[in-house]
Design a protein around this ligand. Structure first.
Ligand code: AMP
Length: 223
């Protein structure tokens, strides 16, 4: 695995939009734990039911469930050249679990993942979350507050149905922020100390963030 990218940032900071663009351009799998967990919930499995009991409270799903999902996903053929991790790791415990997983399965361990941190003021985020809609067909993400859609229920790209996530309510969003600041924010320090962190200003427009992101990858590879 030569190209390894990890994305950290509060809920609604725009990681999903950027990681999808990067995945397409770099031909790397976009591994989004939130979506993988929502698939498990939709399947009705016991694991999905357990995951849902944490997700609906805005809490982290137990580490053994998430680590198993991530390891199985990283072992798939399409991750041979690398991966884009969106939403994992999300705690110190998960960061150490990822170290162990990579020790076990990655033959290019000398190449460390680049960790992008999406920096944006919290006030902007609750509003972004409650106005967020995503396409059930193509996965495109829209913000009803900042974009004018002809029909707020239909994806302008593919005609699919636009849906609102169950945990994108103000009440759960506030809990998700609390979880982020308690559990995930300490990773910024960890990866800074390891020299792997790249901070991006996530309050900028989508194309500028993407330019900064891909520019940072080129810089990092050169150095
Ligand atoms: P997201 O789609 O990234 O906002 O994640 C939605 C929810 O899935 C979170 O609020 C958590 O309950 C759960 N989740 C996602 N990623 C993880 C993870 N790495 N560890 C534990 N729970 C997670």
């Amino acid at each position: 695995m030569k190209q390894k990218y990890i994305f950290i940032g509060p809920p609604g900071s725009g990681k999903g939009t950027q990681t999808k663009m990067l995945s397409k351009d770099f031909n790397l799998p976009h591994i989004d734990t939130g979506s993988l967990l929502r698939d498990a919930v939709a399947s009705g499995s016991e694991e999905g039911k357990l995951a849902n009991s944490f997700m609906e409270k805005g809490q982290l799903v137990p580490i053994d469930v998430v680590s198993r999902i991530i390891k199985n996903r990283l072992l798939k053929d399409d991750a041979k050249e690398g991966f884009i991790l969106d939403g994992y790791p999300r705690s110190m415990e998960q960061a150490y679990a990822l170290d162990e997983i990579l020790k076990e399965i990655d033959s290019d361990r000398n190449i460390e993942p680049i960790v992008f941190y999406f920096d944006v003021a919290e006030e902007k985020l609750v509003e972004r979350l409650v106005n967020r809609r995503s396409c059930s067909e193509c996965g495109a993400i829209y913000n009803l507050k900042t974009m004018t859609l002809e029909n707020e229920n239909i994806c302008p790209k593919c005609g699919g149905k636009l849906t609102k996530r169950e945990d994108d309510t103000e009440e759960v969003a506030i809990k998700r922020f609390r979880t982020y600041f308690n559990e995930t924010a300490p990773l910024i320090d960890l990866y800074t100390k390891r020299g792997q962190l790249v901070k991006l200003d996530a309050s900028l427009d989508i194309n500028t963030i993407y330019k900064n992101l891909t520019g940072a990858i080129k810089e990092y590879v050169r150095s």
